[in-house]
Design a protein. Structure first.
Length: 467
């Protein structure tokens, strides 16, 4: 009983670290106007406050996950928390554009190291299907609803204090999380570097991911060609290396591959929704930072209830695939509702219904998705599988932001050039982007219905019933 209680406390410690990292992504978005005014960023330069973090974070997740398997996940977690905390101090203390962008890149490195191993650690802590479903519900809530919490926290800190505090607040959280992790999270020795110290493979995959994310977030689409070439080189290296960095057997599992494809599509739609909905209520409806945070609060509450109280029971009774399918379809309808939000939209009529359906859908979908993504992975590969899940999430976020924002801006610019009023042009641009986001979620549901069909989940469901 004592051991069982200890591992649940360890889970909350791990999720606190993950929440700090997830919050940081959206907490910065709300503060961007204040950062721009204070440090005199141009619009193009301001994007690098977000891009620098995304490039480092997404580029290093796979490598970080494998390092967790080789060196020990707790060691990599503590290293990541230390780097992230120091980088947060540097971000908050920044007095120039260069200082802030470089500190954000360092923060992305720390975030990748810490977050890449957390999911694998949770799976190792909770091998029993029923307990694992509940634990992944907590993790799913943090991973999915953390973005909405970041909007609220960013609004409060920016308006009550200043933008520097969105970074300074990470310092005590990071220190406390590391302190508790040392005392409560079980240590693991890892496989050792000799089990997979593929330096060339590490260089190839990191360069490929960083190049791809850089190309996406800057709309330099031609960079996807060299990124693909680097990825091909990495695959060749893994197929021929005596001790590959990532076992290619991992990608022979239809469950693993399908789950990560779903992850890309759902996160692309969700990340785009948070970003574009923030712009809609800010630029069209005229909300301030605090109002934006409060407006997204119901989504956070709904996701919390579904993730922490409902998802594990639904997954245990019906299985991960049906739960994930229903969740993605609910989210699709919620996203589609934003396509009819007018220029003079009313929160209760045109914003809250879509947010409610998205909260319901993603609240049950993300825990089910995490369970499926890790269900066909051996314990020794849990770290790299966790890193893969994080990588596809970040790739989806970058892809969704780049594609949907580009579509919205292009549509708005075209209409403005035709003499359409600014607010109407903005709203029409957002409608197009929301529609494409809904199609991404619908495509995710299609993958769930075909690739992750029920018979794949039958063994897991049988084990849960037997337990």
């Amino acid at each position: 009983m004592v051991e069982d209680k200890a591992r649940w406390v360890a889970l909350y410690v791990l999720c606190t670290g993950m929440l700090m990292i997830v919050l940081d992504v959206t907490v910065v978005n709300v503060a961007l106007p204040s950062i721009q005014d204070d440090l005199h960023f141009t619009s193009a330069g301001l994007a690098w406050v977000v891009n620098a973090y995304l490039i480092a974070f997404a580029g290093l997740l796979l490598l970080s996950g494998r390092l967790g398997d080789l060196l020990g996940r707790r060691r990599v977690l503590l290293l990541g928390l230390g780097v992230f905390t120091v980088a947060s101090l540097l971000c908050g203390a920044s007095q120039s554009q260069t200082e802030l962008v470089l500190a954000r890149f360092l923060q992305g490195i720390g975030g990748a190291l810490a977050s890449a191993v957390i999911l694998g650690m949770i799976v190792a802590l909770f091998p029993e299907p029923a307990a694992q479903a509940k634990a992944l519900g907590v993790y799913g809530f943090v991973a999915s609803a953390g973005g909405a919490l970041g909007l609220l926290a960013g609004g409060v800190l920016t308006q009550v204090l200043n933008w520097h505090w969105i970074f300074f607040v990470n310092i005590p959280i990071g220190i406390a999380t590391a302190w508790f992790a040392v005392r409560l999270v079980p240590d693991d020795q890892g496989l050792g570097l000799r089990a997979g110290a593929d330096a060339l493979g590490a260089v190839l995959i990191t360069a490929s991911l960083m190049t791809a994310v850089y190309g996406v977030v800057t709309s330099a689409w031609w960079l996807l060609a060299p990124a693909a070439a680097l990825l091909a080189g990495f695959v060749w290296r893994q197929a021929t290396a005596a001790k590959p960095l990532i076992p290619l057997e991992l990608f022979r599992s239809r469950v693993t591959v399908g789950s990560n494809v779903v992850q890309v599509l759902t996160v692309a739609g969700m990340f785009g929704m948070f970003f574009l909905c923030t712009l809609y209520v800010q630029r069209v409806l005229g909300w301030d930072a605090l109002e934006i945070g409060l407006g997204f609060l119901p989504t956070t509450v709904i996701m919390g209830v579904m993730s922490l109280r409902v998802s594990d029971r639904v997954v245990s009774r019906y299985g991960g695939q049906p739960t994930l399918l229903v969740g993605t379809l609910l989210a699709t309808v919620g996203m589609a509702l934003f396509t009819i939000a007018p220029v003079d939209g009313v929160y209760l009529v045109h914003v809250l219904p879509g947010m409610t359906l998205l909260g319901l859908g993603m609240g049950v979908a993300f825990p089910a998705l995490m369970a499926l993504a890790m269900s066909d992975v051996s314990p020794e590969d849990a770290g790299i599988a966790s890193g893969l899940v994080g990588t596809t999430a970040e790739a989806g976020g970058a892809l969704g932001l780049a594609v949907l924002a580009t579509l919205a801006n292009t549509r708005t610019g075209t209409l403005t050039g035709r003499g359409v009023g600014e607010l109407q042009a903005l709203t029409s641009g957002y409608h197009l982007a929301f529609g494409v986001g809904a199609l991404m979620l619908l495509a995710a549901a299609g993958v769930v219905a075909t690739v992750l069909r029920p018979k794949v989940d039958a063994e897991v469901l049988t084990e849960q019933v037997a337990a």
